[in-house]
Design a protein around this ligand. Structure first.
Ligand code: PNS
Length: 163
């Protein structure tokens, strides 16, 4: 059985992430989307909110589950017996960071955790969670970037902050 983990911050999930989830779910028998619990990062959404968003987005995908993890990805991979991590590459600018992470994970796991990359579909190659948050913070339209319920949550968050 081919299994993989798609780790990330997903703060919040965008159509770019969803594109990677859909495509990798077709390649593996089981895909675990794993949200990093990172207390140092100043996240807009709580881990619970991010997990809920991903669960809603993947409702119809029978072989996809959503989880969260803290600490090192390789420890999570060992715990779940996972040997493949999936990541999306939008542009060459992502590559350096991704290569460093992948090599570090291979070193830490003694070669037992490999990373595969999917090129983000062209129509989402400009998308990032950070730019979505910036657009939403200034009241811009994010309907091309995230599902409606995420757009509504973003609106709520930033309306609260503007008060
Ligand atoms: O969506 P992101 O923020 O680009 O995802 C980054 C993530 C969560 C995949 C990465 O930061 C991670 O795996 N963090 C866990 C800590 C870890 O394992 N670090 C060693 C690899 S550098």
């Amino acid at each position: 059985m081919k299994r993989a983990v798609y780790p990330g911050s997903f703060d919040p999930m965008t159509y770019g992430h969803l594109d990677i989830i859909r495509r990798s779910a077709e390649m593996f028998d089981e895909l675990i989307v794993a949200v990093l619990v990172n207390n140092e990062k100043n996240a807009l959404f709580s881990v619970e909110e991010r997990v809920k968003i991903l669960q809603k987005a993947t409702e119809g995908m029978a072989n996809v589950t959503v989880d969260s993890f803290s600490g090192l990805l390789i420890n999570y991979a060992v715990e779940k017996n996972l040997h493949v991590a999936v990541r999306g590459l939008r542009a060459i600018t992502d590559f350096e960071y991704e290569l460093q992470m992948s090599q570090t994970n291979r070193m830490l796991s003694d070669g037992k955790l490999d990373t595969i990359y999917l090129n983000t579909s062209l129509q989402y190659s400009y998308l990032s969670s950070s730019s979505v948050k910036e657009i939403a913070a200034f009241g811009g339209d994010v309907s091309n970037c995230v599902p409606d319920y995420v757009a509504a949550l973003l609106q709520e968050k930033f309306a609260g902050r503007r008060k």
